[in-house]
Design a protein around this ligand. Sequence first.
Ligand code: NAD
Length: 291
Amino acid sequence: MEAASDPTSSSSAVPIDGKNLAFQVRRTVARRVAEGKRRVRLDAVLAGEDKGADIYAHNQRKTCAAVGIEYHLHRLPASASIEEVEDQVRALNEDDDVTAIMVHLPLPEGVEAERVQSLIDEAKDVEGVNPANIGNIVYGRRSLVPCTALASVEMIESTGIELRGKRCVIVGASNIVGKPIAVLLMRAEATVISTNKYTEDLGSLTRTADVLVSAAGVAGLITRDMVKPGAVVVDVGINRVLGANGKRRTVGDVAFEEVAEVAGHLSPVPGGVGPMTVAMLLRNTVEAAGV
Ligand code: NAD
């Protein structure tokens, strides 16, 4: 009984439950698909033999089926040239039955991802990887925003925090994760600080953050002393580390146990941004189909 009332004995942060939020998004997506006047389909291009991409495509087929989205996978051999991959994307762009397109990474040696991504019709680009869609974020269009960035911001908003005027620190500044998150938060009129691996004394900045998002890909980067008490903390990182039992496990960038003792809200890994990212892809897919 005493242990339960001891403030130092248990974590205080409210979990930001990505699985539950994702479930709600999927339910709305399924309803939109069912009530929509047109078929919704997602066409994915997978070039090469990458095992991770194979698993991702397999899961994607199941996830799409569960909400009524048709899924078509277009496989190309590992020997595919950039022209062949581009021709495949062009064919999907031109096919009026195709409402959504994504290209699995990694692409084969010599096939430059950015070149392929910029070819995807921006109205069908449900991962939001075409530079045009990344640029659209600046103007406040939220539909085809990169899925992980959208997932992160929806998770922050799910806590009920009023972002206007709040201080947000984003750790990591890649083109499809850190930077779009920063821009979305700027759109919400927050005060945004973008940091990267060259940032000096990261802790002096993160400690001032009402909202802290870590998307660096460095296990254990965010420790308790770097977090302002009560802050909303979203962990985007996915890192594979060796556990005490000698088995590999997935962790984020945030030292979860200790940060949970000071943060107000904290997203776990796994079960946080990951499932919400998948849900955002589905939502972008129905948006692209206009249903
Ligand atoms: P990236 O390697 O392209 O970019 C990493 C960014 O973090 C860079 O801007 C780099 O300067 C910065 N960084 C690295 N070390 C740092 C440090 N010590 N301090 C401050 N900044 C540092 O990675 P990415 O594609 O943006 O992905 C970031 C992380 O998010 C990875 O762990 C990735 O696996 C994960 N991710 C998760 C999802 C998801 O669905 N949950 C989706 C995409 C990426």
